[in-house]
Ligand binder design. Structure first.
Ligand SMILES: O=C(O)C(=O)CO
Length: 347
């Protein structure tokens, strides 16, 4: 039964002629058309039978639940919820889940741990791309670039005016990082040449080994809010960070401050953010992530000139997305062989 269905997929994957030899290999479901490097690694390994959801759009949940049944491995992206329902549908063969993301809030870690399933993820390879985009978003927001191009295109550009489209500059500023990890450090390294005066950060505990590289001072959450001219959110979304950027935080920020989020939308209470932006409590916000994604086009945040919203593109460079797919593929293959994964999440 599998052989005949697989033959169709294998022809599509360029594996003609090897169908039946592969019937005993571990079965892997790839839940999205991943960039070519990762797919090539899987194809050329000769180690797995691959079934691919060959689309840029997410696999419908019911289809995913059907397709994972009996699989040994699953390569997924951040839009797939890997929870008890899915793991039950997959059944006891499932040994490895490899996500093509550094974030893992879409994975039920307790359920994975309970079942002894190994989990691979993709840290480090996306650090540069995310840091670069964060700087771009910060500048676009603080120097009002989106508003400015709109004005130029639509006739709002009259004469040169002294305070028209003025924003806030990085020189002599204090930049605060909420959640200091590799990405926070990479952002600070990129911002330093803009003559930032001081970097501060907060986290569950001081991280001197990381902070030293950027000479960042550890402060409380309240101090972070009070002192930051630019506040960049870089923490993972966990039950502890859910909604921590809320009215309490925004109320302590300066009315000249810029809030930037390239981590996960869930760390922000969007109603509170809307209130802070529309009342002038803070000066602006740049968001690469929202709740939900996509954010409906009629969402109130889209009505605000001082809110720049991007469609979750922080890691979207060709180099990085290929590297993420390659790492996800290598994690999957190593896990299925019983070898240490290049990047395994410790559950
Ligand atoms: O990897 C992630 O977690 C992302 O958000 C996309 O790069």
């Amino acid at each position: 039964m599998w052989c005949s269905r697989a033959a169709v997929r294998q022809v599509a994957l360029g594996l003609r002629g090897t169908q039946c030899a592969m019937a005993t290999l571990p079965r892997v479901y790839v839940s999205r058309k991943v960039p070519p490097q990762g797919l090539d690694i899987l194809r050329k390994s000769g180690q797995v039978q691959i079934e691919l959801w060959d689309s840029d759009d997410p696999v419908p949940r019911q289809e995913l639940l059907k397709k994972v049944k009996g699989c040994d491995g699953l390569l997924c992206v951040l839009t797939e919820k890997i929870d008890a329902e899915l793991l039950d549908a997959a059944g006891p063969n499932l040994k490895v889940v490899s996500t093509m993301s550094v974030g893992f809030d879409h994975l039920s870690l307790d359920e994975l741990k309970k079942r002894g399933i190994h989990v691979g993820y993709t840290p480090e390879v996306l650090t540069d791309a995310v840091a670069e985009l964060t700087v771009a978003l910060l500048l676009a927001t603080s120097r009002r670039l989106i508003e400015a191009t709109h004005e130029a295109k639509t006739g709002g550009w009259g004469t040169w005016r002294t305070l028209w489209l003025c924003g806030y500059e990085l020189a002599n500023s204090t930049v605060g990082i909420l959640g200091l990890g590799r990405i926070g450090v990479a952002i600070a390294e990129r911002l330093k040449p803009f003559k930032v005066k001081k970097f501060i950060y907060t986290d569950v505990a001081p991280r001197p080994e990381l902070a030293e590289a950027i000479q960042a001072e550890y402060v409380s959450m309240d101090e972070l809010a009070r002192q930051s001219d630019f506040l960049a959110v870089c923490c993972a979304l966990t039950p502890n960070t859910q909604g921590i950027c809320n009215k309490n935080l925004f109320a302590k920020m300066k009315n000249t401050s810029i809030f930037i989020n390239t981590s996960r939308g869930g760390v922000v209470n969007q109603e509170d953010l809307y209130a802070a932006l529309s009342s002038g409590q803070i000066a602006g916000a740049g968001l690469d992530v929202t709740t939900p994604e996509p954010l409906p086009t009629n969402h109130p945040l889209f009505t605000l000139k001082n809110c720049v919203i991007l469609p979750h593109i922080a890691s979207a460079s060709y180099t990085t997305r290929n590297a993420m797919s390659a790492l996800a593929a290598n994690n999957l293959l190593a896990g299925l062989r019983g070898d240490p994964m290049p990047k395994e999440l410790q559950l």
